[in-house]
Design a protein around this ligand. Sequence first.
Ligand code: ASP
Ligand code: MG
Length: 449
Amino acid sequence: MNMNEQEGMKVLKFGGTSVGNAARIKHVGGLISERKGNLVVLSAMSGVTNTLTEISDYLYKNNIPGAQDTLNALEMKYQGVVAELYDDAKWADEALSVIGNSVGYIRALIQGDFAVAEEKEILAQGELVSTALLLNHLKERGLNAVMLPALEFMRTDHNGEPDMKYISTRLLRMLDMTEEADVYITQGYICRNAYGEVDNLKRGGSDYTASLIGAVLESEEIQIWTDIDGMHNNDPRYVEGTRPVGELNFEEAAELAYFGAKILHPNCVLPAKLNNIPVRLLNTLEPSAPGTVIYNLPPDGDIKAVAAKDGITAINIKSGRRLVAYGFMHKVFETFENHKTGIDILATSEVGITVAIDNDTRLADIVDDLKMFGTVSVDQDMVIISVVGDLHWHHAGLAVRALHALEDIPVRLVSYGGSNYNISVVIPKDFKVQALRKLSEHLFNSNPQ
Ligand code: ASP
Ligand code: MG
């Protein structure tokens, strides 16, 4: 295909639940056949990456039968999918041969030495199989579907960051050398690292793959297809009557993804933003619903959505001196850096600082070190509640509106002004549902968007 034909190409990413069983794969096949000329990025079938992680865990523990049992169950699951998915034995055989190779490959690894490199090869199998299942299904439907193997163009550099130049050169060359097709398919999540070994973009990384490819192709749009009709204005698991947010800008989407809205991987936003490519969140089960579109939406003074992030620990450090001395902040931050623990949000005063973290694996050591600089207290089982929207400080009253909704709730920390797009509070987890509901009542129900 030549460069002109890539113009107007969209990247369509389908997540694990969208291809979770044979019926879902057929359904996605239908959606794809109505949208020809695009590039599809696929996750592993839902649950498969977890199963592959489980197999690896057994191997780390040297429990060979555990790994074998789990693999056998996966193989049977795949065979069931094949039996249901294809009418023509030709395509079923093609799919079975890929499954056979993949399962055989893992079986061989089970017998050998096991370390991180082997684990990554095992983890890559989920996407390798799901894409083969879909490819053959599309062919059975009569589509000219072409596989673009991700391991031949997705690559990270020595810092573990996507090697954009390599990805771009290889992918464009591959497309150039490929006949024009009805649809191109590739694996999400998997890649090679700087040493050429099989690697991945971390759990949930298929969104990131889609965004990187969209950026490289300067695609017209990146579509993330899941099983919910866009980013909702609150968490539908806890709050009734939530609505999809029609439009968000990249900053708002990144804040929501980072602070708890599970629908989109936070990394996915940046490549799209830098290349100004709209990201549209769509629902596989309700394809005509408008979903949410994320683009360079101009400031509109609207509060868009509320999200919650669980498992937060708040740590307060009161300076030993009456007034915070030069260097106090530095020492505090350095402590977190030394323990490779990122800080989510914080609040400071003249005499102390409270930080909120989501990774408490090094908590005991962190607290131990912080005691050199001041008096330390810790509150665990907290959540961050974030109100996200165009909250530029020039819009008088917006921050107050958000806080007003929380009048009956004990608030450990407030963070506002760090970005123009959010106000966040840390509260005890027992108040989470109440806070989310109150925020919806105050911010959305009285003022339908
Ligand atoms: N299959 C991978 C996972 O479950 C990547 C993805 O689905 O985005 O994390
Ligand atoms: Mg996902």
